[in-house]
Design a binder for this molecule. Structure first.
Ligand code: SAM
Length: 182
């Protein structure tokens, strides 16, 4: 089994909403990248694939987004932060992956200032309303190196596609529900 297949097998056992084609796409686009930043990691399903990069920073409150699906999961006893740590343990222990607990919509943040222009890829999958996604796109643009890869998940949701269409008019949907700046 190659690295992509073994990561996919790990990821498919993790709670989340990402399909097989999307997991493949994340791996194929993170491989060879130096620094990837993920906005919204939940239990680490997508993070496992992105962690093929040299370094991955996962930004999340790990408190969910207040939606029914998050509240139900947390209400049934799921602890997304603990799950994320358990699922990414090999990469955390190897010093390749780090969590950053942060509310993405609370204003300026020191880490984002330090990382300005440093990321080779930013994957957006945090809150899904239009204003939040628009904020994430602006944050991602600050973090990315010139020519870095800006992409995200859940394009099928109205809030997401409204923000993407407005702020990233030239984009493609290479796989169901993934959007990427063209
Ligand atoms: C759809 S889930 C991410 C799914 C993940 N990418 C996966 O593949 O399973 C959205 C995540 O965004 C996080 N989130 C929501 N609002 C946030 C905020 N204001 N700041 C940081 N993270 C937030 C939630 O805690 C949740 O973990």
């Amino acid at each position: 089994m190659n690295d992509k297949q073994s990561r996919k097998q790990r990821a498919q056992q993790v709670h989340g909403w990402m399909g097989g084609g999307e997991l493949d796409w994340l791996y194929e686009n993170a491989v060879g990248k130096r620094l990837v930043i993920e906005l919204g990691s939940w239990c680490g399903k997508s993070s496992i694939m992105l962690a093929v990069a040299d370094e991955l920073i996962c930004v999340d409150t790990w408190q969910g987004d207040g939606s029914d699906k998050h509240n139900e999961a947390i209400g049934s006893g799921l602890n997304p932060r603990k799950e994320w740590e358990r699922n990414l343990k090999p990469e955390i222990d190897a010093g390749k992956v780090a969590p950053y607990v942060c509310d993405l919509y609370s204003g300026e943040d020191i880490l984002f200032e330090l990382l300005e222009g440093c990321a080779d890829m930013v994957f957006i999958d945090a809150a899904h309303d239009r204003d939040s996604v628009a904020t994430d796109i602006r944050t991602a643009r600050r973090l990315l190196k010139p020519g870095g890869l800006l992409c995200g998940h859940d394009y099928q949701f109205e809030g997401v596609n409204e923000a993407v269409n407005a702020l990233v008019p030239k984009h493609e949907n290479p796989v169901k529900s993934i959007w990427v700046q063209a």
